[in-house]
Design a binder for this molecule. Structure first.
Ligand SMILES: [Zn+2]
Length: 150
């Protein structure tokens, strides 16, 4: 199950979330700076996977009273991707979503709300894909299924 980044209010939950966030950073050898821990605890603090945009995470971290610029949030998300903690999914070639679930899986993109959620992997079957052109290899295949409400 995935949820949008939500605000941690309870102190006990908050300590636990920060601990989870620090441990998550440690798995990638990242130093647990205060800003990184603040962002990490929002991303993985409750043990659930999340899809965020830099903007949605920025809003969530501000609700928690942390002073972090949008550029820092964006750069931190990029750094989390570089060390393999997160996976970036681009929709429309411009909008970036960041996923804490780094295993290959398809996504639903909800056109009305602009949100990204996981689609069931077991129902996806890719039979054949075009060969990469000469001099290139396929780095990854992102499956984004766009949804429109009926
Ligand atoms: Zn996902």
């Amino acid at each position: 199950m995935t949820k949008q980044a939500s605000v941690q209010t309870d102190n006990h939950d908050s300590d636990r979330a920060q601990q989870r966030g620090s441990e998550w950073l440690a798995t990638a050898g990242l130093r647990p700076t205060r800003q990184r821990v603040a962002l990490a605890s929002l991303l993985v603090g409750d043990g659930e996977h999340r899809h965020v945009t830099a903007e949605s995470l920025y809003a969530a971290v501000h609700d928690n009273g942390e002073r972090v610029s949008l550029a820092t949030v964006y750069n931190t998300l990029r750094a989390f991707c570089e060390v393999g903690l997160m996976h970036e999914i681009t929709v429309d070639g411009t909008k970036s979503y960041f996923d804490t679930n780094t295993h290959d899986h398809p996504h639903f993109f909800w056109e009305d709300s602009g949100t990204l959620t996981d689609a069931p992997s077991e129902e996806l079957e890719i039979v054949r894909i075009p060969k990469a052109p000469d001099g290139a290899e396929i780095a990854s295949v992102d499956v984004v299924i766009r949804l429109r409400r009926k």
